[in-house]
Write a protein that binds this ligand. Structure first.
Ligand SMILES: NC(=O)c1ccc[n+]([C@@H]2O[C@H](COP(=O)([O-])OP(=O)(O)OC[C@H]3O[C@@H](n4cnc5c(N)ncnc54)[C@H](OP(=O)(O)O)[C@@H]3O)[C@@H](O)[C@H]2O)c1
Length: 245
């Protein structure tokens, strides 16, 4: 099936590793031009740049810390000057957080909130003037935010907030023909074994109805569907990509 993404102009945050990288690769493979960013991992950025050189399109990998409004402005400016506007914005950059509430310092709280929530607002605020009619915004949250998990209160709070944000923004941008949706991944194996001890890995697989962890490509495929004009009447929705946890 043709997702009708050829020639589209996309901005993806955190596209050099994990889920974001799979989204960038899939969008570029579908014929879109992609501007993406990373924070610190230059090696991953260089390897993505090499991969994108082998794919048709006008692609750019930019260093920007999305917690800094000036960096967000500089990053979005690349999309404006190089692509002339945007049809797709994917907010994927995020950080994990794992500590019991009693041990979460204000610095740790802000690290997680600033990256997982405030940056989504900053990027959307900066890209709204560039969006074409029919544009699609996708926000990557996390399905654990609806269930909760000990040691993840600040992380789940940052991700649960995405739901209310998406539901409200869809009402603001809908009259312009712009859609915004949420993709909510379960446990995704962005590295072999998901960085878990073998016994925990097996237990986590057992939580999913499909008895496996997700792949970055599983999430990217859901993002592409929501980015596609084929989802023209889908907005304000949450698509869980969690294998039926
Ligand atoms: N992996 C999972 O199991 C899972 C499950 C549910 C939801 N999610 C969500 O899916 C998204 C991607 O997760 P992932 O596991 O693929 O992450 P990842 O492998 O750690 O990659 C994160 C990407 O975001 C970038 N990034 C992080 N902080 C940034 C900042 N302040 N400014 C600019 N870029 C920044 C990273 O750049 P650097 O490498 O340079 O720092 C990297 O490119 C996140 O929102 C995460 O919460 C993941």
């Amino acid at each position: 099936m043709d997702l009708q993404l050829a020639g589209k102009r996309a901005l993806v945050t955190g596209g050099t590793r994990g889920i974001g990288r799979a989204i960038v690769t899939a969008l570029a493979g579908a014929g879109a031009s992609v501007v993406t960013c990373y924070r610190t991992d230059r090696e991953a950025a260089e390897s993505l740049t090499r991969d994108l050189k082998a794919t048709d399109g006008n692609h750019h990998v930019v260093q920007a810390d999305l917690r800094d409004p000036a960096d967000v402005t500089r990053f979005v400016e690349v999309a404006r000057t190089e692509l002339g506007g945007l049809d797709i914005v994917v907010n994927s950059a995020g950080v994990d957080g794992h500590a019991p509430t009693a041990e979460v310092t204000i610095e740790e709280w802000r690290r997680v909130m600033d990256t997982n929530l405030t940056a989504f607002h900053l990027v959307t605020h900066a890209t709204l003037p560039l969006l074409a009619e029919g544009a699609s915004i996708v926000a990557v949250s996390a399905s654990v935010s609806t269930r909760g998990m000990a040691g993840k209160a600040h992380y789940t709070a940052s991700k649960a907030a995405i739901n209310g944000w998406v539901r409200s923004v869809c009402k603001e941008v809908g009259p312009r023909g712009i859609r915004i949706n949420e993709v909510s991944p379960g446990i995704i194996e962005t590295e072999p074994g998901a960085g878990l001890p073998p016994e925990v890995y097996e237990r986590m697989k057992g939580f999913a109805s499909l008895r496996r962890l997700g792949t970055s490509e599983d999430v990217a495929n859901a993002v592409l569907l929501l980015a596609s004009p084929l989802a023209a009447y889908v907005t304000g929705a949450t698509l869980h990509v969690d294998g039926g946890i």
